[in-house]
Design a binder for this molecule. Structure first.
Ligand SMILES: NC(=O)c1ccc[n+]([C@@H]2O[C@H](COP(=O)([O-])OP(=O)(O)OC[C@H]3O[C@@H](n4cnc5c(N)ncnc54)[C@H](OP(=O)(O)O)[C@@H]3O)[C@@H](O)[C@H]2O)c1
Length: 133
């Protein structure tokens, strides 16, 4: 910010329960910079067996939404833009449903539970220190 002549309007970062990046997210929000989060599904499909799995499954039952939709919604409620991808037509529909008539909201307790259980494990999938050395 001290050198930018144009303040970025959006910052794209890895953002999922195992990498919540609170400091940079707060900084962006305070400075009117949108946060775009990629790899929110990493928690389930790239780091399976972690502490978040059973919670997401339970919430999926509770809200009658898919596990992916629980995580998309969690990201949205962090005021982040979702960046996801799929080569599977049904999963693309599943993602788009988040903005449809059947959209839903996680209640505050469940939202914070994902935050807190997610912090039990730290995992970065992209841009780790090893990538730079
Ligand atoms: N700026 C950067 O450095 C950076 C880094 C990474 C990614 N990105 C961007 O973010 C986008 C999304 O990244 P991401 O792929 O990590 O996002 P993601 O939303 O966490 O994961 C999407 C992946 O999860 C798989 N998946 C979803 N549901 C599944 C299920 N039920 N079973 C098995 N696999 C499932 C999808 O496979 P299917 O295709 O089979 O559905 C897809 O490959 C990328 O395309 C890229 O544009 C940017």
């Amino acid at each position: 910010m001290s050198v930018a002549t144009i303040v970025p309007c959006l910052n794209q970062i890895e953002f999922h329960p195992y990498l919540q990046q609170t400091e940079i997210v707060d900084f962006c929000h305070k400075n009117n910079i949108l946060v775009a989060g990629y790899s929110v599904l990493t928690t389930l499909f790239r780091k399976p067996g972690g502490p978040i799995d059973s919670l997401v499954m339970a919430l999926s039952k509770k809200y009658s939404k898919t596990p992916n939709q629980i995580l998309y919604q969690w990201l949205l409620q962090h005021n982040a833009v979702i960046i996801t991808t799929s080569g599977n037509k049904d999963r693309l529909k599943e993602a788009l449903e988040i903005f449809s008539e059947s959209k839903f909201k996680l209640d505050e307790v469940d939202f914070y539970k994902i935050n807190s259980v997610g912090k039990e494990l730290e995992y970065r999938r992209f841009w780790s220190q090893e990538d730079w050395s």
